[in-house]
Design a protein around this ligand. Structure first.
Ligand code: PBG
Length: 320
């Protein structure tokens, strides 16, 4: 076996998978009313940016030819309430940011998150009725939120809330409003994970949030259920599938890809980033190698691409 590993040229020839800039999606945190970007404490190297510095922030991604970015809003407490009304405001931060970015960088794909947690005062992804997240009532809001985002220039709607039936509902809403080209990237297998902690800090949904999301996100014990979720979302019209978190769920990615020959994406989430970036910062892990290895693992598992906070760093390393 070692003859084929003997020198670099043979290793290149026999390599089964490769990571390229075309595989990278960069999630970005946007915050209302800030001038200079501010750091996210639990995610070393990640920033929250205001609308004014957004174009400057994205310029590098454009230069590196990162194909797409995913936008997440940090909403001030005064814009949050029980109905998540800011989610359906056509002038909300995400819609304004999309218009700016679409005009400035028409070649970059824009991914909008469809979920209510940035906008609810309790931090859940839907409307609460007696402590339970109401599915169908939430769907109506998700549809309006998605159509607004498509109106504002979002190319791909990525529903991350795990309500049942949302893909069919959003597809119908988009089609009815003429957005026939808007794609749906479904967070089909999204687990109720402890690895989302730093994200909730970053968008400011951690404060009021109590408890967990186990009544709608998946149980980390389950794998077959993920295949069921994916089958339903594909039948409802999902164009692309996502598995989340990433690294602890490579088995799920692999099984989904084996069963369904569709584009599958992974989200290397905030907690995974924090683990790697924290260890890199302390000098415990090698920056370049560990970032690229962690991302290549997703390609080996069968992913078409990866949402990763390392996207600009990885793009630079891949170009070098
Ligand atoms: C919420 C949402 C979450 C993430 C993306 N969208 C967190 C959650 O479900 O509580 C997590 C992303 C990350 O941790 O990087 N709709």
């Amino acid at each position: 076996m070692r003859r084929n590993r003997h020198d670099a040229f043979t290793r290149r020839l026999v390599a089964e998978n490769a990571l390229s800039v075309d595989d990278l999606i960069w999630p970005i945190f946007i915050k209302e009313g800030i001038g200079e970007p501010e750091p996210v404490a639990s995610m070393p190297g990640v920033l929250r940016v205001g609308l004014h510095s957004l174009a400057r922030h994205v310029e590098e991604a454009a230069r590196l030819r990162i194909p797409a970015i995913a936008l997440f809003p940090a909403t001030p407490p005064e814009h949050k309430n029980a109905q998540a009304s800011e989610a359906v405001n056509p002038e909300n931060l995400i819609c304004r940011a999309s218009r700016v970015l679409k005009a400035e960088f028409p070649q970059i794909g824009l991914i909008g998150d469809s979920a209510l947690d940035p906008y609810t005062d309790h931090g859940h992804d839907g409307i609460l009725r007696e402590g339970y997240v109401a599915n169908d009532e939430t769907l109506e809001i998700l549809v309006r939120q998605s159509v607004n985002q498509a109106d504002a220039g979002i190319d791909i709607i990525a529903p991350s809330d795990m309500m049942d039936g949302r893909i069919a509902a959003i597809r119908a809403g988009l089609d009815a409003s003429g957005h026939i080209h808007t794609r749906l990237m479904s967070y089909a297998a999204k687990y109720a994970s402890a690895f989302y902690g730093p994200f909730r800090d970053a968008i400011g949904s951690a404060g009021a949030f109590k408890g967990d999301k186990k009544t709608y996100q998946m149980d980390p014990a389950n794998a077959e259920e993920a295949l069921h979720e994916v089958a339903l979302d594909l039948a409802e019209g999902a164009d692309m599938i996502m598995v989340k978190p990433g690294m602890p769920y490579l088995d799920i990615i692999c099984r989904v890809k084996e069963k369904f020959q569709v584009p599958v994406f992974a989200y290397q989430v905030s907690g995974e980033y924090a683990m790697l970036a924290g260890a890199i910062e302390r000098g415990w892990l090698d920056h370049d190698r560990v970032i690229l290895e962690s991302l290549l693992a997703f390609k080996r598992a069968g992913c078409s691409g990866v949402l990763t906070y390392f996207a600009p760093t990885a793009a630079k390393l891949l170009r070098a």
